[in-house]
Design a protein around this ligand. Structure first.
Ligand SMILES: Cc1cc2nc3c(=O)[nH]c(=O)nc-3n(C[C@H](O)[C@H](O)[C@H](O)COP(=O)(O)O)c2cc1C
Length: 184
């Protein structure tokens, strides 16, 4: 069954808490194997292993953090053109509202697109005022229930796409009625 990597960089622990919630969301879909890796401990083998990747870092000057960028610039450099077609999404923690977290998500996605990942956004709202169109975002740590729900939703959606496109389990398509009625 599908293999999911939640890869993150976190300086002060906020993105790390988001990553744990994203991994929790993956488990809403049965049969998924999840690896949670801080970028300093991750290796290219983790990326090669996975079918789906959730990649997160702090918003840094409005974009991807240099520590996460370095992982793709250096250890992953020799694997360019060898990881095409994996499914990917992004998440980011910022210091404040409008601090650039959505741009940081797009910055992560841009790097992943360069590597040939199939990237996606999420149309669903997790509450009246919270969605994750470009990835899950949080101001500092994910404290509010809706922010936590957005992180879980990201992991769940990644697992759904892996179930559908990698494992051929059509019943997990997010728009299928049967899937919408499932709890979690
Ligand atoms: C070098 C640096 C640049 C940052 N740039 C931004 C920024 O552009 N916008 C913002 O809202 N927060 C910015 N922050 C704050 C972090 O994004 C924020 O504190 C985040 O929650 C840290 O996540 P972490 O605990 O996972 O390290 C910056 C922090 C650092 C250290």
């Amino acid at each position: 069954m599908g293999k999911i990597l939640v890869l993150y960089h976190s300086q002060t622990g906020n993105t790390s808490k988001m990553a744990a919630l994203v991994a929790e969301g993956v488990n809403a879909i049965p049969g998924m194997e999840v690896r949670l890796r801080e970028v300093a401990e991750a290796s290219p083998e983790d990326v090669i292993w996975c079918d789906g990747l959730a990649c997160g870092c702090p918003t840094s000057m409005g974009i991807i953090s240099w520590q996460m960028k370095r992982f793709w610039d250096e250890p992953m450099h020799n694997h360019w053109m060898k990881v095409d077609g994996k499914i990917a999404c992004a998440f980011s923690s910022s210091g404040g509202i409008a601090g650039g977290s959505e741009i940081a998500c797009q910055s992560i996605l841009m790097v992943l697109m360069n590597f040939g990942f199939l990237t996606f956004g999420v149309t669903d709202y997790v509450s009246k005022l919270m969605t994750l169109h470009y990835g899950a975002v949080a101001v500092r740590e994910p404290r509010e229930e809706e922010t936590k729900a957005a992180c879980r939703m990201l992991g769940k959606r990644l697992a759904e796409w892996v179930a559908v496109f990698v494992d051929g389990r059509q019943e997990f398509h997010p728009n299928s009625q049967a899937n919408r009625l499932k709890p979690g």
